[in-house]
Design a protein around this ligand. Structure first.
Ligand SMILES: Cc1cc2nc3c(=O)[nH]c(=O)nc-3n(C[C@H](O)[C@H](O)[C@H](O)COP(=O)(O)O)c2cc1C
Length: 183
């Protein structure tokens, strides 16, 4: 069926897919440039690859082909102000703290970090896909900030239900080869 696409309805449908929130950071001309992005995808374990999708109008799309290396910080549930700040919405009084790994700035307090090198760039409509090889990563214990239907959310732990599958039974990269437990 060839459906005429209503852009607003299309955005709404896409927004039903819940995600975390990342901030991409890149050093360029003695400054740190940051941009909020939820179009972050794990791609490959070996080699370790991830992907981000950037609007062709964004500054980061202009900068990444020049700098080639950048950071990805997965925001913690209390970092909504940083998400707004790096999406171009002024947050009065916000103090942004950076840490540095392999000469790449990352956001202090995030729940996971990746330092990546761009190895492939694909034009895709009004966005561009950047595939990055992971040089360095760290992950912590806290809960991530969520984004769904244009709003932020938090994880609600349900009592009496397992909150984590054992790693050897089911992980992101074993989908298709191992059946997840049915709850
Ligand atoms: C939760 C959230 C997720 C976003 N995800 C993306 C994304 O994946 N790709 C993108 O190009 N813009 C995304 N944006 C929009 C950019 O963060 C925003 O346009 C930003 O201002 C672009 O940076 P610039 O102003 O320096 O060009 C997102 C915004 C928010 C609030």
């Amino acid at each position: 069926m060839n459906q005429t696409i209503d852009t607003r309805q299309f955005r709404n449908a896409l927004g039903r897919f819940a995600s975390g929130v990342t901030v991409l950071t890149a050093p360029y001309e003695n400054q740190t440039h940051g941009m909020t992005a939820n179009a972050f995808v794990s791609v490959s374990l070996d080699p370790p690859l991830v992907l981000v999708s950037l609007d062709n109008r964004s500054n980061m799309h202009r900068i990444l082909p020049l700098v080639r290396r950048f950071g990805i910080s997965v925001l913690a549930e209390d970092q909504e102000p940083l998400s707004n700040h790096f999406a171009g919405r002024t947050v009065p009084g916000l103090h942004v703290r950076f840490i540095t790994r392999r000469d790449i700035p990352l956001l202090a307090g995030a729940v996971a970090y990746f330092v990546v090198e761009v190895i492939d760039i694909h034009a895709a409509g009004d966005h561009t896909l950047y595939i990055g090889r992971v040089e360095h990563f760290e992950s912590g214990e806290g809960n991530p900030l969520l984004f769904h239907a244009g709003r932020y959310g938090r994880i609600r732990e349900e009592k009496g239900r397992p909150t984590q599958w054992p790693e050897d039974e089911f992980s992101l990269f074993s989908i298709g080869s191992v059946d997840p437990p049915v709850t």
